[in-house]
Design a protein. Structure first.
Length: 170
């Protein structure tokens, strides 16, 4: 049995919604734990708001195509994000590893939206192309911010970790 391009596109829209649910959960856990890196925390909080907007835009696309988002995929994404957050709490270099993981995740999102845009173009969903391009631009901006600021976060961490009695990990 073959799958139509529209069915693939709809599946990938569901995946994108689940991905943004995971992103929100992961970002919230990270922001809640950051104490000594205010610039990173501020940018993460900004991206949480962008992520919520992205979820809303994706929900509009799902509704317009009469696609029901996958509760199971959303729940699995949140559980994966929780696992990542808990795993990070146990490492002494949580902020650095969190920044690296965030950068990797943003690039995964960029690739996902690039593919989704091509699928939207293929099935003739002009509104989808516009929305997905807007979301991808936000993901690119976040990835670039992390790329630019990760060296500073790493240096701040190294400086803090070398000082006796100073918490560095978060």
């Amino acid at each position: 049995m073959s799958t139509s391009p529209e069915e693939h596109y709809h599946d990938w829209l569901r995946d994108a919604h689940a991905m943004e649910e995971q992103a929100e959960s992961m970002l919230n856990k990270m922001a809640d734990r950051l104490e000594h890196y205010p610039e990173l925390r501020q940018r993460i909080v900004q991206h949480i708001e962008e992520t919520k907007q992205q979820q809303s835009l994706l929900k509009q696309l799902l509704d317009r195509h009469d696609i029901h988002n996958s509760t199971l995929k959303d729940a699995m994404g949140k559980m994966a994000a929780f696992g990542q957050a808990v795993g990070g709490m146990t490492t002494p270099d949580e902020v650095v590893k969190g920044g690296i993981s965030g950068y990797v995740f943003e690039n995964f999102e960029i690739a996902s939206y690039t593919s989704l845009i091509a699928a939207a173009e293929h099935v003739g969903d002009a509104e989808g192309v516009t929305i997905l391009t807007q979301i991808r631009e936000q993901e690119i901006a976040m990835a670039e911010w992390l790329y630019t600021h990760l060296p500073d976060v790493t240096q701040q961490f190294l400086l803090r970790s070398s000082q006796s009695g100073v918490e560095a990990k978060k």
